[in-house]
Every structure is written in C-alpha cells, then in structure tokens.
Ligand binder design. Structure first.
Ligand SMILES: [Zn+2]
Length: 232
C-alpha cells in the first residue's frame, strides 16, 4: 500500500516536471522568435529589448490565464461528477451495484467474482470506487488552479528570460545568431530532459523540438526582414 502511494507521488512529480519543461520550451520559442523577428527588421536595440520583455510578460500571463481557466473548469466538472455519483449511491444503490458489477465483468472477471469485488469495494469505499472505476478519477487528484497558473507562468518566464538577457547584451546581426543558436541548444537540452523524465529515448524528441524552434525563428526572421526592407 505505501509502495503504491510512493509510486503515484513519483508520477505526480514527473508529470509536474514535464509540464514545467514544456512551459520553458514555449517561453524560449516564442520570445526568441520575437527577438529574431524584430532584430531582422533592423529595429533599434531599445525596441528589441522592450519587445522581448513584453513578450515574456504577455506569454507568462497568457499561460497563467489559460492554465487557471482549464484547471478550474476541470475542478468544477470533477466536483459535479463527485456530487452526482454520491447522490446516485445514496438514492439508487441497487442500480449502482449492478453498474459496478458489469464494469468488472467487462474487465474480464467472472460474474461471481465481479459481484464479490463490487460488494467488497462498496463496503470499503463506495464513492471512491465509483469515481475511480466508473469515471476514471483518481482519489489523489486534486486540482489547484492558482498553483497551476503560477507554475506555468514561472516555467514560461524561465525559458523566456534567456532571449531577454541576450537582447540586452548583443545587437544587430550578432544578436540574431546568438539568440537563435542559444535557443536551439537550450531547446535540445530541454527536449532531452523531457524525454529522460518520460523514460523515452532522447533522439526523436530532441530533433522534433529543435526543428519546430528553428522553423518558428526562421518564420519570424523572414517576416522581420521583409518588413525591415519595406520600411527602409
Ligand atoms: Zn456509479
């Protein structure tokens, strides 16, 4: 029992870390692309830096808002399902018993065993059993919208800060090469980290994440140079 408990906590921590890696990924790709785009348009150093910083803040806020809304609505629907299930257990226990038995039969138990399992599980923790085996809601899961919003804003900002710092240190053509090079190296490292956390081989994720990062920066660089040429 305690071993299962530890295991589920390990999974929680890993999925949390993977979400943080993805958030940092977003921060790097979008902010580095912004910097490359405005730098390719030959904008002033000050404008580039301001754009990078605005990109960091806007991205972090947008991540926070999106995460808050999605986690809140998930929490709302879980609460509603929990209440509905509790009502059904109280008011129609026979139908709920039949429902549970048929779930276990569908999973491969014989009718006798399914009945035994259903009755023992119901005696032990009826609501928890229905939430888990009927609705797939884990008992450990509890959504915390504010915490999730803060964590994803922080993850985005952690990735986005690199292009901002580089935009303060370098300028012109040099900035474009330094930002895109550093972004690709960091994306590859994050891709590898994410793969290791997920227990997957690192080759494909690294190629995938650097390819899309390079594509994003190439797109904004192209747009930036077209605009830059048009204005000049
Ligand atoms: Zn039920």
């Amino acid at each position: 029992m305690s071993r299962m408990h530890d295991e589920s906590h390990r999974i929680d921590r890993v999925s949390w870390l993977r979400a943080a890696v993805l958030g940092a990924n977003d921060g790097i790709v979008s902010t580095a692309s912004l910097v490359v785009g405005v730098a390719a348009a030959a904008t002033s150093q000050q404008t580039i830096l301001l754009t990078a910083f605005a990109g960091l803040v806007a991205g972090a806020m947008s991540m926070a808002a999106g995460e808050y809304v999605s986690v809140s609505s998930q929490a709302d629907s879980e609460k509603a399902e929990r209440a509905k299930e509790a009502w059904e257990l109280e008011h129609q226990p026979k139908a709920e018993r039949i429902e549970l038995i048929s779930i276990y039969k569908n999973r491969g138990l014989t009718a006798d065993l399914a009945e035994q399992v259903a009755d023992q599980m119901t005696a032990h923790d009826a609501l928890g059993t229905h939430l888990r085996d009927e609705l797939g809601l884990s008992k450990h899961y509890s959504a915390r919208p504010l915490q999730a919003a803060f964590a994803s804003a922080l993850a985005f900002a952690a990735g986005a800060i690199l292009p901002v710092i580089l935009a303060a240190l370098f300028s012109g053509q040099m900035l474009i090469w330094v930002v895109s090079g550093a972004a690709l190296v960091l994306l590859a490292a994050l891709g590898a980290t994410g793969a290791i956390l997920g227990g997957a081989p690192i080759g494909r994720p690294v190629i995938r994440v650097t390819f899309w990062g390079a594509a994003a920066m190439a797109a904004t660089a192209a747009i930036g140079s077209i605009f830059g040429a048009a204005v000049a």
